[in-house]
Structure formats: structure tokens, C-alpha cells
Design a protein around this ligand. Sequence first.
Ligand code: 0L1
Ligand code: MG
Length: 262
Amino acid sequence: MTLDQATIDKLAEHVEDAELNRQEIVKITDDYPDMDWEDAYAIQYAIRARKEARGTRIAGLKMGLTSRAKMKQMGVEQPVYGFLTDYGACPEGGEIDASRFIHPRVEAEVAVVTNKTLRGPGCHIGAVLAAIDIVLPAVEIIDSRYKDFRFDLKSVVADNTSAAGYVVGGRSARPIDLDLPTLGVVMEKNGEIVELGAGAAVLGHPAASVAMLANMMAARGEEIPAGTFIMTGGITAAVGVAAGDNINVRYQDLGSLGFRFV
Ligand code: 0L1
Ligand code: MG
């Protein structure tokens, strides 16, 4: 850890204000180039604490940068995680006010709800599959607070991994009834197919992403409680959206979900 608590708190306020006021900022590592991973997560957790102190409910957890292609592109070896807020929930089949965001992008994901505690280290796909109650189709709305998407991974972690919103819909299923790695996804924007993918895009298996989350949290002495809603990471690349855009995502065996930005 290279930053003291006063600096962590100052940066948490700075980054959270950017989110709440929809104002772009420059990446925080410009001013704090020696910031390490612990500092980055400390800023994220300080933002989380600020929200909880104001009454925001933490609605779940998310994994980000789970596709090998995206990790390679950003020169990182490890995915990142963040949290989801109650106010980030957006209606399936409904309208989403685009002015809530700076430069939103959407990515198709698989979400799960657990019914057992997951604890690392050593958490693996088997433990995760045994602890998933239901699997749900979901779309994440990411909205980096950094100007022109110029960021590095530590700045992204501090910015709660660009988490901004999420839409959950379609049909839920038990994991035993699905083959998650081959589960196909088709994303349409304004009636045209813009992205295709399969569950294996997420670390080979979306359950591997949940296992990695449990193992990363164990490094902080934390576990994933039963009943946690988890977005496992993008199956498709993130697609830019603006007011007027309609998004529809079809999931093999899980129905479809749609919404529009106004
Ligand atoms: O959910 C994610 O994959 C996090 C992406 C963070 C970087 C970005 O804003 O593209
Ligand atoms: Mg995501």
C-alpha cells in the first residue's frame, strides 16, 4: 500500500463525485503513479462505504475484464471485481435514461444467484456450480468515469470497474440444466446483430469467474455470502449506446432481454 488513508478518502470522493455528477476525470494514476492494487481496491471499498453510509444497498458483485482477449488488450493477467448498487438496476423491457451516464457501453453477461457461501482460496468450478441457485441472462451498462476511456487497470479498479447499471431478465434456469461454456448469446442493436458470443468467453466457463472472485476476495479475508447476485463478466465486447438505441439480447435456453435508451 502506498497511499495513506486521507489520500484514499480524497480519491474516493473525487471518483465517486465523477460518477454521481456524470463528469469525466483524468485517470487518477496520473497524479499517483506509484499507486498499487491494494490502494486501488481501498479506494473502491471507500466508495462503497460512502454509498452505504448514505443508505445505498449493495445489490451484488461483478467480475470485469474476464475475457482473455480483453485482458491481453489491456496487458493484464488478472480480471478485476467491483460491486453493484440498488440504484444501478434498470428495467428489463423498459426505458433507460441515457443522461444518467457519461459514455455508456453495454455488454452481455451471465448472472448467477448463489445459495451457499463461497470461500477461497481454492474455490473451483465444482464448488461454484454446487452453490449456484439460478442462472440469469443479464446485461451490464459500464460507464468509465475516465475521459475518452483513457485509463489503466488500477484507475479502473478504483472506479468500481466502470460499473454503472445492469438489466436482468429473460428466463432463469438451474445450472444443471445448462452447458454454460457453450451457451450462445446474440446481441442486437437497433435490429442489427452487433455481437455474438458463448459463455466460454468468460475465463473458459462463467463459473470459473465466480471461483476467481471468491479467491480474490479471500485475499482480503472476505467470502461471498449465500444469496449473492453476481455478474460474471462480458461474453460479448462492450457496445457503445446513446439515446434512441434499442438493445435486444438473445440467450440460448434463457430467453431474451431488451431495453431502450431514451
Ligand atoms: O465489466 C467490465 O468488464 C469492466 C470493464 C472496465 C473497463 C471499461 O470500462 O471498459
Ligand atoms: Mg461487465
